[in-house]
Design a protein around this ligand. Structure first.
Ligand code: SAH
Ligand code: SF4
Ligand code: F3S
Length: 493
């Protein structure tokens, strides 16, 4: 997924309003509701990627329809749900730690507290969680959230754990209106597909989230239309591999490029981003939508994973280093001023020093604005776990990862420095982290900009700024004036 959210989020994205999510750019909070019609309150703690954040919004909606209220913290909750991530071992360890804590609370203080595991660890760990560790009351996989109210009631009645980890070929939750995490009403996630069919050798996602399926166009357009009506200014459309989106509508196939185009017709003031795109499916048609539609941001998260063709083959990524670099050239020729981010894995099975050096040289060749960088973590059942040895020593993985991170920090800084003196349009998200006297928001290229708060300007406004300074993480701007997206091209020209 794309870097609006850090995929290596090991801090929970909490439903507590005051807990900022580490590694996520916007505070991800599900505000507590005033009432709980059925007398029960639920606290949802979310780990992992944006798909999980969007899923927690669905879960809140499903439980809300049954009269559950949302709790401000685990202390006010009758039900605690952990929406889990299985992408790396560390992510799972963290969830186990939280579960043990909730379990201790249940045993010592709150025997009536219900504890549930949702999301990507559910299928894999159900037996262990239920039988050996006896930690939880409900275990619910990503395609079974509609069943959650029934499972909670069943667990309550029987005193036994209730489980549904069935993975569906059809479920897209198309008809549900999610309860939004982003309570500031500026930016929202919209799921357009679920699952993944790609089977990259290192990745557990196809096992945890099942087969790829796309949500009908009409339900996506109607959800985005409602967001526009509610005053939202930015959507990020989500899927594991959005550019393989495809549905049949009235006898014609609708591609991702077509979908994006249709979304962009809904409002001239709605910025559109997406996450994540696999390089193999990044079509010229899609690049032309970036070029032609001013509200489709000139920014793509295009995970490369590695810079060496042999490693890419072992990873089953289906492209070579040269094909990837050609794609970047093509993308930059069609979309001038395109910004790019990526995901990179250090220390995959059999990686040599020379192969690692190819990752560094590819990063230099591309010049990413941002990257999410990980040490390889073997995941059960994956192709790599079955066929290859996880033979790069931890210390070597760490060393290589630190070289990758150091290079990316230097590149991010240089990319930021190149913006100094330019005019940018910023969508204001709210006060900066440091001071209420400053506002923060993102440029079209997804760079965070901080500037002194002018009178009468606030979240949800588009403003023009001149970039006057930077660090590797943030740009600093001088406020020039309020604007609209439609006017912006004239202001920043
Ligand atoms: N569907 C997205 C990726 C989702 S997982 C895509 O294909 O772009 C997010 C990132 O986690 C991946 O891009 C990869 O860089 C990283 N990742 C996945 N499995 C991993 C593993 N076993 N060890 C380390 N990093 C991993
Ligand atoms: Fe995992 Fe690959 Fe699918 Fe992304 S495209 S979710 S990395 S299998
Ligand atoms: Fe996302 Fe983690 Fe699942 S990255 S898809 S929550 S395994």
């Amino acid at each position: 997924m794309q870097p609006i959210a850090d995929l290596d989020v090991l801090q929970p994205v909490s439903s507590a309003p005051d807990v900022a999510a580490d590694g996520l750019d916007a505070p991800q909070t599900l505000a507590a509701t005033a009432d709980a019609p059925n007398g029960r309150r639920v606290f949802i703690e979310t780990y992992g990627c944006q798909m999980n954040v969007a899923d927690s919004e669905l879960v809140a909606s499903i439980l809300g329809q049954e009269g559950y209220g949302l709790a401000a913290s685990e202390d006010d909750a009758d039900v605690v749900l952990i929406n889990t991530c299985a992408i790396r071992e560390k992510a799972e360890d963290r969830v186990r730690g939280r579960l043990a804590k909730f379990r201790a609370k249940k045993v010592k203080e709150r025997p009536d507290l219900q504890i549930g595991v949702l999301g990507c660890m559910a299928e894999r760990l159900r037996t262990k969680l239920l039988e050996q560790e006896k930690l939880v009351d409900v275990v619910v996989g990503p395609d079974a959230y509609r069943d959650l109210p029934r499972l909670l009631a069943e667990a309550d009645e029987t005193g036994q754990a209730a489980v549904n980890v069935h993975l569906s070929r059809e479920e897209t939750y198309a008809d549900l209106a999610p309860v939004r995490y982003d309570t500031n009403g500026v930016s929202a996630f919209v799921s357009i597909m679920r699952g993944c069919d790609n089977m990259c050798a290192f990745c557990v996602v196809p096992f945890t989230r099942g087969r790829e399926r796309s949500r009908p166009v009409t339900s996506i357009l109607s959800e985005v239309g409602q967001l526009v009506d509610a005053g939202y200014k930015e959507v990020t459309v989500l899927g594991q591999n959005v550019n393989s989106y495809r549905v049949e509508q009235d006898g014609t196939a609708v591609s991702f490029a077509e979908l994006l185009y249709r979304i962009s017709l809904l409002s001239p003031e709605l910025r559109i981003r997406y996450s994540t795109s696999h390089p193999k499916d990044c079509s010229d048609e899609l690049l032309h939508v970036h070029r032609e539609r001013p509200t489709v941001c000139d920014f793509i998260h295009l995970p490369v994973q590695h810079g060496n063709t042999d490693v890419l083959r072992r990873m089953r990524r289906t492209y070579t280093r040269e094909q990837y670099l050609d794609l970047i050239d093509r993308a930059r020729s069609i979309v001038p001023d395109l910004s790019l981010s990526t995901d990179i894995i250090a220390g995959f099975c059999g990686e040599t020093d020379a192969e690692h050096a190819d990752t560094l040289s590819l990063m230099e060749a591309v010049g990413y604005d941002h990257a999410f960088m990980f040490a390889y973590s073997e995941r059960p059942h994956t192709f790599a776990a079955r066929k290859f040895e996880d033979d790069v020593p931890e210390a070597v993985k760490k060393q290589r990862l630190s070289e990758i991170i150091a290079l990316q920090n230097a590149t991010s800084k240089a990319r930021h420095e190149a913006r100094i003196g330019r005019r940018e349009v910023v969508l204001v998200e709210g006060p900066s982290k440091r001071s209420d006297a400053q506002l923060a928001g993102r440029t079209d290229a997804n760079h965070m900009v901080v500037f002194d708060r002018p009178e009468g300007v606030g979240k949800g406004d588009y403003v023009a700024v001149e970039i006057i300074g930077c660090t590797s993480a943030t740009l600093f701007g001088d406020f020039l004036g309020r604007t609209t997206l439609a006017e912006a091209s004239a202001l920043v020209a």
